[in-house]
Design a protein around this ligand. Structure first.
Ligand code: TNX
Length: 543
């Protein structure tokens, strides 16, 4: 009798559809709204993907290439809805740009969105409902490709969700950048800011000025242990460490990024952090002294572009023309940070400019510089972004401010009615330490573990509604002085990018550290399958 009873109990529990609990849904960033239903959908080798336009087909094709790696399936894309077991894409103009709806029933999955971004994010969520084995680059057998029935309604809290890679202090090539774009999309991040110019290397081919990459992209040594202790090398030594991206490389990167809803924003630094440019073309500085591309840090930054000579502006406009031709982004970042203006005070050209323009001091001269560049950039239909130093001496009329010295620059810019991207060093600098310092690779300083990043909020409490509406979002910056290799770069980015993605995507009310720190465990498994050298230490220490 007991046996019969046990049998019935067993049969009953088998026939009862499984209901997932909320903590079994481990998507990062956490979706705005999840409603779990009973039952599951089984993904199989004959599951059909149903599309009704090219946009949908393109996004699905990329997903199927990825899915094939772990499943080995040759999944079909069709245009007519089959009887059962299909994943259908539906276009709905009423959705916001990046919003999507993911509806899973035992018979079908429907992803509804306005366009590519929404379809992509719907699929990224579906991906994270599947077991981490789906990230494997080899076919895995014995995996139940099953997902819970549910309804996800999701859209981002902020429209700007970025990561900056510094390609100057150490050079990172095309393949690594494309890999990073994949990982940004996986976390529903949508901006890659490329820091292409700095003292230690010019990293973008400019056809009109070939010396920028013949000379400016190369420096002497590649020993990186004592960044600040090193001296500049003499100008007759030819550099061996470095590299640059050709215009073809960059166009390829941009195109790839577009397929993943990632906007690539180029940064062409000015007027400081440009020793590499001055090493290539000495006349760009006030006194035309010959300098070489430094291997270590340069401080103070006195060798900067001359703000008096017309030839400086002619050079920069020609550079920007080529840059704007490569990058379709509506934004051009012109840097603007950390200019020491001692040369401007002594330079006859700059003094003449001050008089002519009726300026009171060199801060106003920097403001003149940036405003002039903004006019040029605007006249080509683009918008200017600059680091928060561009506030000094008066902000250019339509500039977007990237606030890095804390949030105060951002607050000030928002008060003046300007758009703001928050990247405060306290929470968003991924070059900082993230675990116990004795056990971590050498870093620039600071302490920004996972939990600290998770506490980030781009909107400051004191802001009123109008000011808050100017906060476009936030960004992590990975300055690369101490980061010589790709695996080290990954180590600094992951898992902190996961925390950042949630602070920028998910509604503030859904944010919960305990819950996140459980979901991140599954993300670690995904990172492992993807071969990402993530930092386990980042999670060990909480602040
Ligand atoms: C300041 S953040 C800089 C960078 C350095 C960074 C190191 C900013 C706009 N400028 O040039 O790499 O600190 O954390």
């Amino acid at each position: 009798n007991t046996l019969i009873f046990a049998f019935f109990l067993f049969a009953f529990s088998c026939s009862k559809p499984k209901i997932y609990t909320e903590n079994e849904i481990q998507i990062i960033p956490k979706p705005a709204n999840i409603e779990i239903k009973s039952g599951t959908f089984q993904l199989k080798d004959n599951t059909k993907f149903v599309v009704s336009n090219n946009e949908q087909a393109e996004i699905v094709n990329v997903f199927l290439d990825y899915l094939k790696q772990s499943t080995g399936w040759n999944t079909e894309i069709v245009e007519t809805v089959p009887q059962k077991n299909y994943i259908q894409f539906i276009e709905d103009e009423n959705y916001n740009d990046e919003a999507y709806n993911l509806s899973i029933t035992s018979n079908y999955i429907i992803i509804t969105a306005k366009g590519e971004a929404g379809y992509l994010y719907g699929l990224e969520s579906l991906r994270q409902l599947l077991l981490p084995e789906v990230e494997s680059s080899n076919v895995v057998t014995d995996v139940d490709w099953v997902v819970p029935n549910l309804e996800i309604k999701d859209e981002p809290r902020f429209k700007y969700r970025g990561l900056m890679l510094d390609l100057s202090r150490h050079f990172f090539g095309k393949d690594y950048i494309k890999k990073t774009i994949d990982r940004l999309a996986m976390h529903k991040m949508n901006v890659l800011h490329l820091h292409l110019v700095d003292d230690q290397g010019w990293r973008i081919e400019i056809k009109k000025y070939p010396k920028l990459t013949e000379i400016g992209s190369w420096r002497v040594d590649q020993e990186d242990k004592h960044w600040n202790a090193r001296e500049s090398v003499s100008s007759d030594q030819k550099g061996t460490y470095g590299g640059f991206l050709t215009q073809e490389d960059l166009k390829e990167i941009v195109k790839y990024a577009q397929s993943k809803n990632v906007d690539v924003i180029p940064e062409i630094e000015m007027p400081a952090h440009v020793t590499s440019a001055i090493a290539s073309y000495p006349h760009l500085s006030c006194f035309g002294n010959h300098v070489s591309v430094p291997s270590g840090g340069v401080w103070p930054l006195t060798d900067i572009y001359c703000a008096g000579k017309e030839s400086t502006f002619e050079f920069l406009e020609n550079v920007l023309l080529e840059v704007m031709d490569i990058f379709p982004s509506k934004y051009i970042h012109i840097g603007g940070d950390e200019a020491t203006k001692t040369n401007w005070k002594k330079c006859p050209h700059c003094q003449k400019r001050l008089k002519e323009e009726d300026l009171n001091n060199v801060e106003e001269l920097q403001s003149y510089f940036i405003k002039r560049m903004e006019k040029f950039i605007n006249s080509h239909g683009k918008k200017l972004i600059g680091w928060d130093e561009i506030l000094e001496g008066g902000l250019a009329p339509d500039a977007t401010v990237m606030s890095w010295r804390g949030v105060k620059g951002g607050i000030e810019a928002a008060e003046q009615g300007h758009d703001v991207i928050m990247t405060p060093g306290t929470h968003c600098y991924f070059d900082h330490y993230q675990g116990p310092q004795n056990h971590e690779p050498l870093a620039i300083g600071g302490f920004t573990p996972l939990s600290k990043v998770y506490q980030f909020d781009p909107v400051v409490e004191t802001m009123n509604e109008e000011e808050a509406s100017h906060v476009l979002g936030g960004q992590a910056n990975l300055w690369a002085e101490y980061i010589p290799t790709e695996s080290h770069s990954e180590y600094m980015i992951f898992p902190r990018l996961a925390a950042l993605s949630e602070t920028l995507w998910s509604p503030k009310e859904t944010r919960n550290w305990e819950d996140f720190s459980e979901r991140i465990q599954t993300m670690f498994k995904r990172y492992k399958f993807l071969g990402i050298n993530y930092a386990k230490s980042s999670y060990m220490v909480t602040v």
